[in-house]
Design a binder for this molecule. Structure first.
Ligand SMILES: [Zn+2]
Length: 162
């Protein structure tokens, strides 16, 4: 998660929403990335940290066994990223800061159609939460993306506990 936080810091330094992502298999980092195009003129809701990182892995190692991949995200994945990673075969997710507005990992998989209902997923939550929260507080104090949103208000109201 420390490496994912480095990615998030790079995003913040570029004025982007500070989410970093690292994919790990066999104890090694196999791909890493961070949010792009959250700011300025090319703003979109596709280039999330996880999507950027998945694309890198697909480009560089197309034959990868996804079931052995663990994803580390500095923010709880959204529905798009979570579903994309599930459909790719990833089953182990570690994330740092809860997305109180748009997090998707509380999706009730067992109530969905068979493809999803039969997935066995491991979620490890709030790892390095404080470090990630700090980056989001810095972001929302500085930039306008999602300003005055539920997530922004929630984030700025969180105490930075040790
Ligand atoms: Zn996402």
């Amino acid at each position: 998660m420390g490496q994912a936080l480095q990615e998030a810091r790079s995003a913040l330094e570029q004025g982007e929403f500070p989410v970093g992502c690292v994919l790990v298999a066999g104890g090694e980092i196999i791909a890493r990335g961070h949010r792009t195009n959250s700011a300025r003129n090319h703003c979109n809701e596709i280039d999330h940290a996880e999507m950027v990182t998945l694309r890198t892995l697909i480009r560089e190692q197309p034959a990868r066994d996804w079931s052995r991949v663990t994803v580390y995200s500095t923010m709880e994945p959204c529905l798009m990223c979570y579903a994309t990673m599930l459909l790719s075969g990833i089953r182990t997710f570690v994330w740092a800061y809860e997305d109180a507005m748009g997090g998707g990992t509380n999706l009730p998989l067992t109530e969905l159609n068979p493809l999803y209902a039969e997935m066995e997923v491991t979620l490890i939550e709030r790892i390095y939460r404080r470090e990630s929260l700090q980056l989001f507080q810095e972001f929302f104090s500085t930039y306008s993306y999602w300003q005055d949103s539920l997530l922004s208000r929630y984030t700025l109201a969180q105490p930075l506990e040790d």
